[in-house]
Design a protein around this ligand. Structure first.
Ligand SMILES: Nc1ncnc2c1ncn2[C@@H]1O[C@H](COP(=O)(O)OP(=O)(O)OP(=O)(O)O)[C@@H](O)[C@H]1O
Ligand SMILES: [Mg+2]
Length: 406
């Protein structure tokens, strides 16, 4: 970053600048109201010109001690404030940023190339954060307030947004945006960034085409959905695929794809459509394969059943930090779903339903790795056994191919 750029960034964070910005914002709003301007119907360029002119005028009239660069910054921010996502508009536009997290007016973080850092922007106060949240949600017909303090949604551009506000969020409104990647990561990208080896990629490709049932396991933000997307795109286009997601993120280019999305309950707590409803319905739609974005509730039994009853090649993700843990998590979810059989029976069911676990992880360095590709099987005595076919060795930073060893 150049020195003037740094200075500019620091200036933007000062209270003086924030006060100036809100005064300017109020000025513009009253101007727009006085003149009855319908600027939300204007072309972006026209808005930009209008704001830029008005800001220059305002700076002159008020004899503000700001230079030309600062005036330009004010104009950009004023425009974003009127039209866009306010202080985070620049981050939304920056393709190198993949996640934006707002934990309050002065705590904005971004993730870039796997690294989380403080973003050089801030909001005026809680009300400001809330206003921007509402503006993001309005076009998709959603809003947050005391009675609906949590929203998880997908924007028109495919980005995923989560907002949570008081009284549930104790320290003020919070916003998380996981940006939609215009170009999904390809297998070649992931090999290049050493997320996995070429041998692993080839192996997974082969197994997906041959209709292995697989579960991608990993922690929050480890790359599960990214991986599921990659694997699903290898499904031959002649096959009929049904996807079930809470907020549709997968992007398949199949003719025979039917995308289903769950629906949260309405204000009376009714009319929810759950993942379980959708998986059951999907089974009646003659799918070749079913892809469930994430198994996290009582749909687990239906999904395992689907995998066990001729829908080979089905895939999902699961929140767990290792394949072994994934088995426990499946047991736990099955318990919640009312499964009353024995543990051995359940494990046998998992072993016959699932062929592979793919464990993905985000290392402390920020790098994403396929930690293991693990086969799930049964030898007749043990109901369920796990065997790593590939494993990432953190010490040597090598993706080991263990197939010959087993
Ligand atoms: N191998 C990778 N290389 C670079 N960036 C990646 C990789 N995998 C994922 N990402 C990026 O990391 C972010 C999180 O990825 P993703 O949504 O796939 O994670 P997740 O495990 O599904 O998260 P969650 O637990 O929130 O559902 C995304 O912005 C994605 O673009
Ligand atoms: Mg995900």
């Amino acid at each position: 970053m150049s020195a003037p750029h740094d200075q500019m960034m620091r200036f933007r964070l000062t209270d003086q600048y924030q006060q100036l910005k809100s005064a300017l914002h109020r000025h513009l709003i009253s101007l727009i109201e006085d003149r009855n301007l319908e600027i939300d119907l204007w072309e972006p360029l026209r808005v930009e010109r209008f704001v830029s002119e008005q800001v220059k005028l305002y700076v002159m009239q008020q004899r503000l001690p700001v230079n030309q660069r600062e005036t330009e910054a004010l104009a950009t921010d004023a425009r974003d404030e009127l039209m866009g996502y306010g202080p985070i508009q620049g981050l939304v536009d920056d393709d190198s940023v993949n996640d934006i997290v707002v934990n309050g007016p002065n705590k904005v973080f971004i993730e870039r190339a796997g690294k989380l850092s403080v973003a050089p922007v801030r909001f005026v106060n809680d009300a400001h954060v809330l206003r921007v949240i509402q503006r993001i949600l309005a076009p998709i017909g959603r809003r947050v307030d005391e009675s609906t303090p949590m929203v998880d949604a997908r924007l028109a551009d495919g980005s995923r947004v989560n907002a949570i506000v008081p009284p549930i969020a104790l320290d003020g409104p919070c916003l998380s945006i996981r940006k939609f990647r215009r170009q999904p990561l390809t297998g070649a990208d992931l090999v290049k960034s050493d997320t996995l080896s070429q041998a692993e990629l080839d192996y997974l490709h082969e197994r997906v085409r041959k209709r292995a049932n697989l579960i991608i396991v990993g922690g929050t933000g480890s790359g599960k959905t990214t991986f599921l997307n990659l694997l699903s795109r290898w499904i031959p286009v002649t096959e009929r695929v049904i996807t079930v997601e809470d907020a549709a993120e997968l992007r398949l280019e199949h003719d025979h794809v039917v995308r289903l999305e769950t629906r949260p309950p309405n204000l009376e707590g009714q009319r929810a459509v759950t993942a379980r409803d959708l998986v059951r319905n999907a089974l009646r739609m003659r799918p070749d394969r079913i892809i469930v974005g994430e198994v996290r509730g009582d749909e687990v039994m239906d999904m395992l059943q689907a995998m066990n009853t001729g829908h080979d090649g089905s895939m999902t993700t699961l929140h767990a930090n290792a394949p072994k843990e994934a088995v426990h998590r499946l047991e736990l979810l099955a318990g919640f779903a009312g499964y009353a059989g024995s543990e051995a029976n359940f494990r046998a069911q998992v072993a016959s339903a699932v062929n592979l676990f793919v464990h993905v992880s985000r290392l402390v360095t920020g790098a994403r790795k396929v930690m293991s590709i693990t086969e799930v099987y049964s030898d007749g005595t043990e109901a369920l056994l796990l065997r790593d076919l590939f494993r990432y060795d953190i010490d040597t930073e090598q993706h080991l191919d263990l197939r010959a060893a087993t």
